[in-house]
Write a protein that binds this ligand. Sequence first.
Ligand code: CO
Length: 200
Amino acid sequence: MHQLPKLLDNNRRWAAERVTGDPTFFTRLTNQQAPGFLWIGCSDSRVPANEIVGLDPGELFVHRNVANLVVHTDVNCLSALQYAVDVLKVGHVIVCGHYGCGGIRAAMDGTAHGLIDNWLRHVQDVQRSHRAELSGLAGDQARIDRLCELNVIEQVRNVGRSTIVQDAWKRGHPLELHGWIYGLKDGLISDLRIQMSDLK
Ligand code: CO
């Protein structure tokens, strides 16, 4: 509990600094948000979405969950996607995974973790559909890192197959999908180059 006052102090200092540099910062954001991007990322505390791409409040609409999954029956994620596409009319949806993802590691390690295993089944489905490639890699670390990448690719496809995105493309909404992966070791994002921008 003794750590919480520090967070509130930090907040007051942050708010004061924002208006020092830009007196209308909060009044502008109160009136509307107009982000150009939806970010679907992992909940991992080491991958703070806005910060690593240098965007301010109001510039990035964010949905995060363990292992950055887009599940066709997940109303939480689909609601964020629908709002971003249909209301905010973002031009880009970015699925950003990260190397060293604990969710991916847990999905691969073959032990029980309780309720979360039901969620991580989706990662295991990705693992199963790429079993041949993964088993050809040398070492657990290489397999985990490759599954982190393959998982991003599959989630981008899931975004593209959603009714929300399919309908947006049918309406001619120029919506692009991207798969990125973040390196915890160097703070750098790599583009997995799996852009989708039409009915595929
Ligand atoms: Co993660």
